[in-house]
Design a binder for this molecule. Structure first.
Ligand SMILES: [Zn+2]
Length: 270
């Protein structure tokens, strides 16, 4: 999608909807403005169904009873607790009705994701790259940040704005559940690789910034994120892991993350 067009659609919808519908939102951690035409509850409901479907189709691959599986749940719960406390401290806890789940999935894919509403999957293939709990917290914190910053909600809203155009701008009725479902299926692909939304470079930067803060709040040293991304970058010469196709790990990203460390360290609780 053309970036300028997307931005224009967002600004137009934000301005037009300002008086009636809640068309604009401010993200929870980085404070970015985005278009919000769907309720998070609607998106989260769809995500929960898709996650359940994913787990049942991959039930033989969901790892249980191992130290790694326990680590994924432990790190996930620490990150979720930190996020919940942060949202409470900023008075926004009631806007995030997350029902967290963390699962380790047996797969050679170097990948991890978090669906809207806090549905997380970590693939065993990424563990040699995360290596430590802080490395794992880097990946999970980043993925959780996409969900907390509502990047999927914003993408769904941008699509609705473009699809419905003038209709929605003139309507006070809001967006129906059916329309949300259609857009959700469109974004995630029915039966396809449901978790891998491709986010914009700017969403990626925001998820890096918010993810560092989230891992710091959970007691993980944000400096370890730099080591993780370096490992990810060096592994990329041997092939193209799934995670790298959506998360280009180059010198620029690593340099940008290094610049974000001093701010994240303010939140670091040992
Ligand atoms: Zn990302």
């Amino acid at each position: 999608m053309n970036g300028v067009f997307k931005y224009s659609a967002m600004v137009l919808a934000c301005v037009t909807l300002a008086s009636g519908l809640s068309g604009c939102a401010t993200s929870a951690v980085t404070g970015k403005k985005y278009l919000k035409l769907v309720s998070a509850d609607q998106v989260n409901q769809q995500a929960a169904l898709a996650y359940k479907d994913f787990l049942s189709k991959n039930s033989a691959k969901v790892v249980t009873g191992t130290a790694d599986a326990a680590m994924v749940k432990r790190v996930g719960n620490k990150l979720a607790t930190a996020v919940n406390q942060y949202l409470q401290s900023t008075g926004r806890a009631n806007q995030f009705n997350f029902n967290w789940e963390f699962n380790l999935v047996k797969s050679d894919d170097v990948n991890a994701w978090c669906m809207p509403g806090g549905k997380v999957a970590v693939y065993t293939g990424i563990l040699p790259v995360t290596r430590t709990e802080a490395g794992l917290a880097t990946v999970m914190g980043h993925e959780i940040a996409h969900a907390i910053e509502e990047h999927s909600v914003a993408q769904a809203s941008n699509q609705i704005a473009l699809q419905l155009g003038g209709q929605i701008l003139g309507s006070a009725a809001g967006v129906s559940g059916n329309s949300t479902l259609g857009v959700f299926n469109n974004l995630y692909g029915l039966g396809g690789n449901l978790a891998q939304l491709k986010f914009s470079r700017s969403d990626e930067s925001d998820a890096d910034a918010a993810g560092l803060i989230i891992m710091a709040l959970a007691g993980y040293n944000p400096n370890e994120a730099v080591d993780f991304w370096k490992r990810m970058a060096s592994g990329s010469q041997k092939g193209q892991p799934e995670f790298l196709s959506t998360h280009p790990s180059d010198e620029r990203r690593i340099a940008d993350i290094q610049k974000l460390i001093p701010n994240a360290m303010k939140y670091y609780k040992k």
